[in-house]
Design a protein around this ligand. Structure first.
Ligand SMILES: [Zn+2]
Ligand SMILES: [Zn+2]
Length: 334
């Protein structure tokens, strides 16, 4: 179905200029492509991966943890509350057919990165990227179903096949940002009951402890683990994971880092059978499990959302977020 945007429609959107400068401007509502519908943004969660765009500038409107309501009169989804699945996917290739929609072999484009995103009043979204959100999930928690719950949940479900809760013993999580804290809750739900968390930030560590994890000293190599979930993206943490992973164990690389990472091929790396796993985002069909995870740990996830503000306050709050003052602030457009 192709419904075009009314001509001369304008909206407020954040513009990332680079050099840590964001302004709020009146811009044209982006044109709808074939198969797109218009979503009126209600909430977009801020994400550490946007720091790249904050420093360098963004070619498209940033914001990729988006929740809103379909505003497309005449469309069957009109008025539906939806989260936005950001990887475009063809639904036809071998990866899509297997369910690996986040790794489509035909299209490689992410909403908020390679096309307009959610730090704006409206965002065009392909129909197959609309994820209906049940009414018992409040607006402010809905964006967590994506990166915080989806990315962490997928990583844990993936590695669960390789190092089960019965085999794991203590599990080390490095980095207690929103995804790391999400990993703690996903591990708990999967039956891993001895979770250690390393992070230099005491506030985040306290939250991890309130989720049932035990603190682990940053950089400590005195203890070895069958399962390490690396969520900081820090090269030192990745290298430590390779060092302390037990034979036949797994290091899961969930954190991201824009700087090149070199692995020193010394005996520590060479003389061991182990799994080094990268997981990305989550398959579309996991969304129902993400909703279940949120329902099971709603109070815990609610603790992560520690700021909510409108577009005009985004520039100052993005700076506070970049300083590490906020864990998972959410832009609210009501
Ligand atoms: Zn994100
Ligand atoms: Zn595909």
């Amino acid at each position: 179905m192709l419904i075009s945007t009314p001509p001369n429609s304008i909206m407020d959107a954040a513009v990332f200029h680079g050099h840590e400068r964001i302004t709020i401007e009146r811009v044209a509502i982006p044109d709808l492509g074939k198969g797109d519908v218009l979503v009126r943004v209600l909430r977009t969660a801020l994400c550490g991966s946007d720091f790249k765009l904050w420093h360098r500038g963004a070619a498209f409107t940033a914001g990729h943890e988006i929740f809103g309501v379909v505003e497309q009169p005449g469309h069957p989804m009109h008025g539906k509350r939806c989260a936005v699945y950001i990887p475009l996917h063809c639904d036809r290739c071998a990866a899509c057919k297997r369910g690996d929609t986040q790794m489509c072999l035909e299209v490689s484009s992410l909403i908020g990165w390679n096309r307009p995103g959610g730090y704006a009043e409206y965002v065009p979204v392909p129909e197959n990227c609309l994820l209906p959100v049940p009414d018992d999930i409040e607006d402010s928690l809905a964006p967590l179903l994506l990166d915080v719950i989806g990315t962490s949940g997928h990583a844990v479900r993936f590695v669960n096949r390789i190092v089960s809760p019965q085999q794991a013993g203590p599990v080390l999580v490095t980095g207690a940002g929103p995804v790391g804290l999400g990993v703690v809750l996903a591990l708990k739900s999967c039956g891993y009951d001895d979770i250690r968390v390393a992070d230099p930030n005491v506030v985040r560590l306290k939250i991890a402890q309130s989720f049932g994890a035990k603190p682990h000293p940053v950089g400590d190599s005195s203890e070895r683990f069958a399962l390490i979930v690396e969520c900081s993206g820090a090269h030192a943490a990745r290298n430590l994971g390779i060092e302390v992973v037990l034979p036949h164990g797994a290091v899961v690389l969930v954190g991201e880092n824009a700087a090149p990472w070199t692995i020193a091929e010394g005996p520590v790396f060479r003389r061991k059978d182990f799994y080094m796993i990268r997981t990305f985002y989550f398959p579309l069909a996991d969304f129902a499990s993400n909703i279940e995870l949120l329902r099971r740990h709603k109070e815990e996830y609610r603790q992560l959302v520690d700021g909510e503000f409108g577009l005009s306050a985004l520039p100052e709050n993005f700076a506070r977020f970049a300083q590490g003052e906020l864990i998972k602030p959410v832009l609210a457009l009501d």
